[in-house]
Design a protein around this ligand. Structure first.
Ligand SMILES: Nc1nc2c(ncn2[C@@H]2O[C@H](COP(=O)(O)OP(=O)(O)OP(=O)(O)O)[C@@H](O)[C@H]2O)c(=O)[nH]1
Ligand SMILES: [Mg+2]
Length: 441
């Protein structure tokens, strides 16, 4: 059963003014009563100040506790939240006391898992809890919050209703197959199919950009050795992350760092310069560069206009859009085909960020377009499955087609949406999802 009492620190460990400990599950009120002096569970949802003590009766701290009686709690089960002083000792002692009083330490994501199993959140909302906590930019938290508030779930529910309507129309057709002019015309069926199909496609179209927003867009700096990639990387981050020297071949690894360009989430990657080489270490570094180039959302091809070399920096880069940059623009003449940047004068750095954002997120500049949107591979795959099942009904809806087969495909499309929201196969998806969560969430 999932309802045994569990306890976890919900705030990060370490020095802080306050810490929050959460306790939830059947029997948590009894557990809390063994630790809180004069514990009262009614009325719930009100904060009370009390002393917390360990099994020997020694005082651990004085703080605030709040009772949320199930099902009116985040997990749907009886829950108690404790605010105590932060730091290394007080929260640890309070948690130990609650464990001694009968609670088990919570595994990762267990609070959210219970919320899903008890119907307080659907799977899409549970994913959004993780995204909201991991958000590093306002755009990411806005998309996550919209999903947590049920924006995407409502949209999926709308699609599901549309499919069920189509099923209902098909049921007439199955019941009155011989009537030429049955209660529902084939045109009406086809029209309903097309309406839902268009809605599915519209939502699917949000996936590339929304996934990019959630993960951060990967921008990979590439070019020949010594053109100034690491210098640009450091200048863009505002910290000296990568080693810079005048020696070609300084960078041998790929270095990835999160960055924010004009409020948009970026994963900036510095790579080893590409050149002909027989040195094994350089070859390994370049192989790593190529892997990053393959995964890039945008490739920044750097050239300082000095070193003449047969190896075209961007050669072999498939797919990703390219931004051409002329580095060290404080030296030498400008290159009309490239955006000039200099880490010495700062020239072009602002324009560089603007162009990167424009290339990666132009379609999302009107933020409204992102809400609701498909933020994960899992979402996109489920909707693609639904769309292909719906597409398969088409031939069966045509004159002479078999409405029973059409209904079967529509049912499969509904099933794909149910899996997405978590109506079926929920345990398997949950285990995968919550393995990435932190304890106390
Ligand atoms: N004048 C000037 N020098 C620069 C600029 N950017 C980089 N440099 C110099 O160019 C040299 C190489 O810079 P790096 O950033 O290490 O070049 P890299 O492309 O990372 O080189 P590898 O890691 O070897 O591939 C260093 O001596 C830098 O100081 C610039 O904008 N202006
Ligand atoms: Mg370098």
């Amino acid at each position: 059963m999932h309802s045994e009492p569990i306890v976890a620190l919900a705030t990060p460990p370490g020095r802080s003014a306050l810490a929050v400990i959460r306790l939830t599950g059947t029997g948590s009120l009894a557990v809390a009563a063994r630790v809180v002096r004069g514990f009262r569970s009614a009325p719930d949802r009100s904060a009370r100040f009390a002393g917390f003590r360990d099994a020997t009766g020694a005082l651990i701290d004085r703080g605030v506790y709040t009772v949320f009686l199930g099902p009116r709690s985040a997990t749907g089960e009886d829950t108690v939240e404790f605010s105590c002083h932060g730091g290394l000792t007080v929260p640890a002692r309070l948690q130990a006391a609650l464990e001694a009083a009968g609670a088990r330490p919570a595994p990762r994501g267990e609070f959210t898992r219970r919320a899903v199993l008890n119907g307080k959140l659907d799977l899409l909302q549970a994913e959004a809890v993780g995204d909201l906590i991991d958000a590093e930019t306002p755009v990411q938290s806005r998309v996550a919050l919209g999903q947590l508030e049920g924006g995407l779930s409502r949209r999926i529910a709308g699609l599901r209703r549309g499919l069920l309507e189509l099923l209902a129309l098909l049921a007439y057709e199955v019941d009155f197959p011989e009537e030429d002019d049955g209660p529902v015309s084939r045109e009406r069926l086809e029209e309903q199919r097309a309406v839902v199909g268009r809605q599915l496609d519209a939502l699917l179209a949000t996936a590339p950009l929304a996934e990019r927003v959630r993960r951060g867009a990967m921008v990979v700096l590439t070019g020949r050795p010594n053109v100034g990639k690491s210098s640009l990387f450091n200048a863009l981050l505002g910290v000296d992350r990568a080693v810079v020297t005048e020696i070609p071949g300084t960078t041998r690894d790929a270095i990835e760092s999160p960055a924010v360009f004009l409020d948009w989430p970026i994963r900036l990657v510095d790579t080893a310069g590409l050149a002909e080489t027989r040195v094994r270490l350089d070859q390994l570094g370049q192989a790593m560069s190529r892997r990053y180039l393959e995964a890039a959302d945008l490739v920044v091809e750097c050239d300082d206009g000095v070193v003449a070399d047969a190896v075209a920096a961007g050669a072999g880069v498939a797919g990703a859009p390219l931004l051409r940059v002329r580095t060290k623009s404080d030296l030498g003449a400008p290159d009309g085909a490239r955006l000039g940047v200099s880490v010495v004068t700062g020239e072009g750095l602002g324009e560089f960020k603007r162009r990167v954002v424009e290339q990666l997120f132009a379609a999302g500049a009107a933020l409204g377009d992102l809400e609701p949107a498909l933020t994960r591979d899992r979402h996109r795959q489920a909707l693609e499955r639904a769309a292909s099942e719906l597409g398969a009904t088409r031939t069966h809806l045509a004159p002479g087609g078999d409405p029973v087969l059409a209904a079967h495909h529509v049912q499969e499309a509904v099933r794909a949406l149910d899996q997405l929201i978590g109506q079926v196969d929920v345990e398997e998806i949950l285990s995968q999802l919550f393995s990435a969560f932190c304890v106390g969430k």
